[in-house]
Ligand binder design. Sequence first.
Ligand SMILES: C[S@@+](CC[C@H](N)C(=O)[O-])C[C@H]1O[C@@H](n2cnc3c(N)ncnc32)[C@H](O)[C@@H]1O
Length: 281
Amino acid sequence: MSKVLAEHLSYFHLPRRYDAYARTIASVLSGGEALADLGCGFGVLGIQCVRHNARHVWGIDHSDAIEIARETVDRSGLADQYTCIKNSTFQAILPEKADLGEVRLDENVEKALSFSATLTTDRDCMLHGLAGWFDCELADDVWMTNSPIVPESIRRPQAFFPLQRPIEVKQGDSFDIAFRIRHGQGIFAWTVTPADGAPIQRMNTWKSRILTDKDLETRPESPLRMNSRGTARLKTLELIDNKRTAHEIEALVLETYPELFATPEEISRFLRAELGAGTES
Ligand SMILES: C[S@@+](CC[C@H](N)C(=O)[O-])C[C@H]1O[C@@H](n2cnc3c(N)ncnc32)[C@H](O)[C@@H]1O
């Protein structure tokens, strides 16, 4: 079984997760919306929205899971109301404005997320690191958490941020922590400042990376396959012959390889960036 398939099938086994989303969708949608299902996976949530009378759902996912979504949508006879787009959510262009609801994040969220807190230990122990999880109100009275310490958890794994050197702590000890996260680049930095004057510990993922299964898939000994961006780059560069203009190349790529990305606008956007970066006139 492919890793993508296995990952998405595993979501079906998480307790309470789909139930919380189903209750959220039922309470939030009033019907007639155009929605973007960002990171739609198999399209389960978007399909649920269609069943709650959303007018149209644009399901976007950059992984092969979108193929399962497409087949599911087709088999359910919902292809008129659910469009599957294989792309990054940062790149996809929709033919209409979609309702994303209200997203309230810090102003600096695109560059960095940062926060700090003072924690107090509730027992004598060795402190090896900090654990992280989410606790999220999806709609009025609908909560979802992957906390390891409450029974209503959806039981997804938590994050662990280790210390360089474990610290011995006593019940009631306080210490300050601070986090800074550059999500786009996958860089995490965290500091722990013990209250007793022990040295501050500064950790980050700048010099080392958090590896996922996906990273390990591209081991040097494995054959490399061209993805759609690589294919688009190759075809574009082949057309640069010191005679054609950028407009001509763009028109040729659009005409010859219309399937490279989901929409002609995305192909044009990619080409303009590509031609601008690697050429001169
Ligand atoms: C946790 S899964 C959720 C799938 C689905 N929404 C569900 O609840 O069953 C996250 C999905 O988002 C996709 N994804 C993550 N970042 C993305 C991005 N920037 N652009 C497109 N898809 C993305 C992943 O491929 C994955 O399928």
